[in-house]
Design a protein around this ligand. Structure first.
Ligand code: COA
Length: 318
């Protein structure tokens, strides 16, 4: 589908980052009345090792050359490409979204090839009815619901004692980082979209993230053995819990609650009052209730829609 007259499309440059973030925020405010993402999120997406803005992302500009829409794809694993996009609310209903989905699909088809199990997963705000209709028309179906949950930290925040026999502490050196990875990899093995990765490449991905700060990583140990782990990172004036996992035999004892409490105290100590986490709403291990008990509330819902078999020959027309 062609873009409407007067609009242009090009690859983003680093200078577009704030404008893209602004469109993203406008979209979130329109959808949910709350914004959880911003320039920090876009910076994180653009810093991913396998992301090439020249081929994997597009900005749409209006006649005045302002950025009014954005979309991108990223390869999640050999058979999965993830994508998302936003159109400034004041420029909707003109076919810009459809033109961007054409681009997304064409690029995803190239990245995925014709593999029988290849899928494209598109993330969108849960209340965006127009985007849902567009995707449904093209054969996508919703596969997963997610929430962003958030807590506003009161000050001062004392640290709570961990369960008996458990020590919760920061990490110190590469062996601890390996222990964090091992716990998270095992704990999240059944989690939707989890990709088991060797330590070195996982660690490279983490340290390439702009908010990477291992001083915010925590281990829970029992008699020296790592049984729980949490990683967190810094966004723009907000903290994110990135991974939280407790090995199955150690669950239901308050270890995750203690890791979260410790993490919140670290953020509060730095003057960060907003802490967020992205969670699978259907998490079968009860993560949402663990976050709720820690004082977090759902502030935004977003969905993943999926479709298989893309035809690399499908024209973009943009
Ligand atoms: C989600 C996860 C981190 C929770 O870890 P956990 O250490 O079992 O969490 P907690 O023990 O703090 O809380 C779990 C439950 O045990 C209860 N509990 C805590 N201490 C308890 C105790 N001493 N006696 C009885 N119950 C207790 C909690 O109240 C909570 O109950 P709820 O589900 O009704 O709220 C863990 O199940 C996990 O690793 N899951 C897979 C990875 C994952 O999904 N991570 C989240 C990604 S967003």
């Amino acid at each position: 589908m062609a873009l409407p007259d007067g609009y242009g499309l090009r690859a983003p440059s680093p200078d577009d980052l704030d404008a893209v973030a602004e469109v993203l925020i406008a979209d979130e405010l329109d959808d949910a009345g709350e914004s959880t993402l911003g320039a920090d999120f876009v910076r994180g997406e653009w810093s991913r090792g396998d992301f090439d803005a020249a081929t994997d992302a597009w900005v749409v500009t209006d006649a005045g050359t302002s950025v009014v829409a954005y979309a991108q794809v990223t390869r999640e694993d050999p058979s999965v490409v993830g994508s998302w996009g936003v159109v400034r609310p004041t420029h909707r209903g003109l076919g810009i979204g459809a033109a961007l989905v054409d681009r997304i699909e064409a690029r995803a088809a190239v990245l995925l090839g014709r593999g029988p199990h290849a899928v494209l997963r598109h993330s969108l705000n849960a209340r965006d009815a127009a985007a849902q209709a567009l995707l449904a028309q093209r054969g996508y179906a919703p596969v997963r619901h997610f929430w962003h949950m958030e807590v506003t930290l009161a000050r001062p925040l004392g640290s709570a004692s961990p369960p008996e026999g458990i020590e919760v502490r920061g990490i110190d050196g590469p062996d601890d980082a390996r222990a964090v990875h091992a716990v998270i990899d095992e704990a999240l093995a059944e989690h939707f979209g989890h990709r088991s990765e060797p330590f070195d490449s996982w660690m490279r991905d983490q340290s390439d993230t702009p908010g990477y700060d291992p001083a915010l990583w925590l281990l829970a140990t029992e008699q020296g053995r790592a049984v729980g782990a949490l990683t967190a990172s810094l966004g723009d004036a907000r903290g994110w819990v990135d991974y939280l996992g407790v090995l199955a035999p150690y669950r239901g004892r308050g270890i995750a609650a203690s890791l979260l409490r410790h993490c919140f105290a670290l953020f509060a100590g730095r003057g960060i009052r907003r802490v967020l986490v992205s969670v699978d709403a259907d998490n079968v291990t009860g993560a949402t209730s663990v976050y709720e008990r820690a004082g977090m509330r759902v502030v935004k819902a977003w969905d993943v829609w999926e479709r298989g078999t893309l035809d690399p020959g499908r024209a973009t027309g943009v």
